[in-house]
Design a protein around this ligand. Sequence first.
Ligand code: URA
Length: 230
Amino acid sequence: MRLDRFLSNLPQFNRKQVRLLLIEKRVQVDGHIVCDPHHEVRAFSRIECDGQCLQVGKPARYFMLHKPPGCVSATHDPQHPTVLDWLNEPDKGDLHIAGRLDFNTSGLMLITNDGHWSRQVTQPETKLPKVYYVETEHVITDAYAVTFNHGIYFAYEDLTTQPAHLHVLGPRCARLSIVEGRYHQVKRMFGHFNNKVLRLHRERIGSLVLDERLAPGQYRALTAQEIELF
Ligand code: URA
């Protein structure tokens, strides 16, 4: 929300007073004087006027979880455990996930209460590479990398997948980097070759790598540098 709108929504100020407060440099956001009425403020911003707190600013929270197989990428599920069940944190109702994984997929899962940040992570326009370790039922031949790089037509969505990079690690295992997050995308790409994915594990989103010290089901807060990556 714009700072002038935030201030004029408060009962103590009308629009004219807000304009004056800003011109007179009496308003601070997160400890800095702000005169620009268009300045964006959020639920996380601490806002003060003449040193008096108008909004405390709730803490923004960011976690990486090593998602184990066998839980749902959702905040509630009537039947199955969810990724949030692994977190021992207060106010879990404020948290949401940034990018889903299938029930049996493991790996890097991001959880936050910051909707602006999670949109940066998930919006397709940013084309962040998502890197997966894949094990398959049948042998992965040389044709896969070529086809994945050209893109595969998904009839249901009527689209061709963006170029994806495949690095074959062994007869039945590979590392795949995709820049989208279509429904069951990796399984469908291998499904194009009638090759079933037996194990799928997300290692990385953009430059953020799953911390190898985290065992499945463990999590930790992101560092300031990791939050800044998006
Ligand atoms: N692609 C899939 O098929 N499943 C996932 O969980 C993630 C990507």
